[in-house]
Structure formats: C-alpha cells, structure tokens
Design a protein around this ligand. Structure first.
Ligand code: ZN
Length: 396
C-alpha cells in the first residue's frame, strides 16, 4: 500500500517557499501548490523553515553519561591521563552502553538528527560491551535514525595486546567503520598502528576514521602516513581524519601540500570547532579548497568533559563561533557542512533535498536559516524517511 504525505508551505535553504510531496518515504515532488493525492496525510508547514535531516558525523554514543547523575570531570593534562580516568570510571561504575546510546539517540532525534556516525570504545577491559550495546541501539532505532558504528581502539591498540583481535571481531559482528587513534602519541608505533588499521579495513571492506589529536609536525607526519596507505590500498573517498588539529599548526606551504593530497585521495576532515583554543583545521580555507568535510558533536557528557550537547544546530553554532563566522554565507556554509557535506563523507546515497531522495527533514519556526543556527530552536516536527519521529522536542 502506498502512503503519501503532503507538507505545505515550507522554506528550504536557498529555495523559494514550496510544498513537498512524499510517497513511501521518498520525495516525489517539490513545487508550490501541489494538489494532495487521495488519502494523503497533510501537514501544514505554515511557513516554517525546512532543515534537511541533520547529521552528527562524529560522536561517542556508547559512553555518553546522559540521564545519569552529574559526573565531575577529573583533572588531566594529557590524553593518556584522560584515557586512564575513563578506564577507571568504567571499572567503578557499570555503564550500560545500550541504555546510554538509546538516551543519546532520543535526544539527537528530537533535535532534528537523522544520521549519526558513532565510535564505540573497544579495549581489553571493556571488550565488546560498548560496540554490542551500540549496535543493538542502531538496530532497534533504524527507522528513526541511521547509526553508523565505528570500532574504535580508544585506549590504544598495539600497547594493549588483544585489542586488534577484538576490533576484528567487532567488524565481523557488524561494525561498519574501523577507527584509529593518534598512532605516534598513544601507540608510539605509527607504522604498526596504521598498517593494522588499514589491513582491517581491507579485510572487512570498511571505511577508516582516525582520531588525530597530534599537533603540528607530528600530526602532519601522521597525515603523510595515512595518505600513503590510502593511496596504496586504493581507499580513495573512504578515509576520514577526525579533529586533525595539526592542520591548524603547520606553515602554509606544508598545509597546501597536504591539502593537495587530501583532494587527490578524497580524504575527509572532521572538525567540530574544538574548545580550549587548541589549533584547529581552518574550516573556511579547507571548504574553499574543496576538501571533503564532516562535523559532529564528539562525546556528549562523558568522562572527557561535560561541554558537548547532542543537538547539531548547537554544533553548527560552535563551528561558527570557533571559526569566527559572522557573515550569512559563512553561516549557511556550516549548514551545508552538517547536512550535505557530512552525508557525502558517510556515503549516504539517498540523502538530499531533491526528488528521489529520502524525506529526512526537520521543521523549525525561525526567521531564516542563519537565525536558526544562532538561536538554535527545537524542531516542532522531525521526519525520517517520511515518518514523523519527533514533535516539539519529544520522540514519538
Ligand atoms: Zn571523538
């Protein structure tokens, strides 16, 4: 049986006010004054802004502490210390990855998110609890939000024997992406780390997403090694470098050289507009050069800190804030970053505001799209593949 929905009078980005006819979850027609087919459900948009389904392209749902008592972040001066604090928290508290990722997903859906790439920690103590809990959430909520699961060696990989086998197992059980982490700074064996990650990518035919916090020349060296392996394996368009702080801490000639390689190999950069004044990828420069980019909220209220929230409009605001984007064209480009650009990096084929694409969208009451980024309203309606998933901030 065919199901049709007509949404009347909405305002998409850079588009005249329009109606939208959705048939079986797919956008069938975009035009003003569409006549509803017999039996169609009609939603009056009353001039609301239409946002394409928002994409959180980098988060950590298995370990979000949403809905639990306040966790006071322990002091740490290095990532190694932060990782040790996290392992201690897991030893002391029983964190249920399925429950926490479900809570996280509900908050994301209610704020207009339709797609998520989430890392799941895998280490020799936590083993596969995080990734299995997250995959359960992914499967249960697949009609409301599409979650791509990354098998991620958060505590280091080669320094903890047994981790590689666990990553391999997680990919066999259905994780869709292999993650890596600071190959020099954490594992202290950049060649060994990246060779292992890319071998797992080849074995399971999955994309690669490496957390690279390493600064300056050290980070740029890791870029060289990732670029080399992407080229040798023929993994063009299948590799993301997350955080990539090094791109904000090297001289212009070195940056230009790396950008040329990123373009050649379609390697994507994830930036979330980091706090703390750390050097960060220059978003405007990279976007203008044509580098593929993705963004996300990173960890939400976990042992790394309480600052991040699950709403992607808030993330768009923070990316603007960090990059000092004030002009409308700059702010609108960040909307592209958290929608079309992130979808492209994640390889979501049916994504886009066009006939034949899935009806993934959110409606908000706001003056224009730039104002929505600054004022960050809660959508009054969220839709995933033509089905209403949330109203007024609550999942239905
Ligand atoms: Zn992360």
């Amino acid at each position: 049986m065919t199901s049709s929905t007509l949404i009347r009078n909405v305002r998409p980005l850079r588009h005249d006010p329009t109606d939208l006819l959705i048939v079986d979850g797919i956008i069938q027609e975009i035009a003003p004054g569409i006549m509803p087919p017999a039996g169609a459900e009609i939603i009056e948009g009353i001039g609301s802004l239409l946002l394409q389904g928002l994409i959180d392209g980098h988060t950590h749902m298995d370990k979000a502490l949403i809905g639990l008592p306040w966790h006071s972040t322990k002091p740490s001066t290095t990532i190694t210390e932060t990782i040790a604090n996290e392992r201690q928290l897991r030893r002391e508290e029983s964190i249920d990855a399925h429950q926490q990722s479900t809570r996280h997903a509900h908050a994301a859906i209610a704020s207009g998110t339709t797609h998520i790439r989430s890392f799941a920690d895998i280490d020799t103590e936590w083993e596969l609890k995080g990734v299995r809990g997250l995959m359960q959430t992914r499967d249960e909520l697949k009609d409301k939000v599409q979650i791509q699961v990354v098998a991620f060696p958060q505590s280091g990989m080669l320094i903890r024997p047994g981790t590689v086998e666990l990553l391999d197992q997680a990919l066999s059980e259905g994780a869709e992406v292999i993650g890596g982490l600071d190959p020099s700074a954490i594992d202290r064996d950049p060649k060994g780390h990246l060779d292992t990650i890319f071998a797992l990518a080849e074995k399971h035919d999955v994309d690669v997403d490496v957390h690279l916090h390493e600064p300056g020349d050290l980070g740029a060296f890791s870029f060289d090694l990732i670029i080399e392996r992407t080229r040798v394996l023929g993994w063009q368009g299948r590799v993301t470098i997350s955080h990539a702080f090094a791109l904000g801490g090297i001289d212009q000639a070195r940056l230009d050289g790396l950008v040329q390689q990123l373009l050649d190999l379609k390697i994507a950069i994830m930036s979330h507009g980091p706090s703390g004044g750390r050097p960060a990828p220059p978003v405007e420069y990279l976007r203008a050069a044509g580098v593929h980019m993705i963004s996300g909220n990173d960890g939400i209220q976990d042992s790394w800190g309480p600052l991040n929230r699950p709403e992607m409009l808030n993330r768009a605001y923070l990316v603007c804030y960090r990059n000092n984007f004030r002009r409308d064209d700059q702010i609108e480009d960040v909307i592209d970053l958290i929608t079309n650009s992130s979808a492209d990096v994640m390889g979501i084929a049916d994504y886009g505001f066009a006939v034949g694409k899935a009806a993934d969208l959110a409606l908000v009451d706001e003056e224009n799209h730039c104002a929505a980024v600054i004022r960050r309203p809660t959508p009054w309606l969220v839709m995933k593949r033509g089905l209403v998933t949330a109203r007024d901030g609550a999942v239905v």
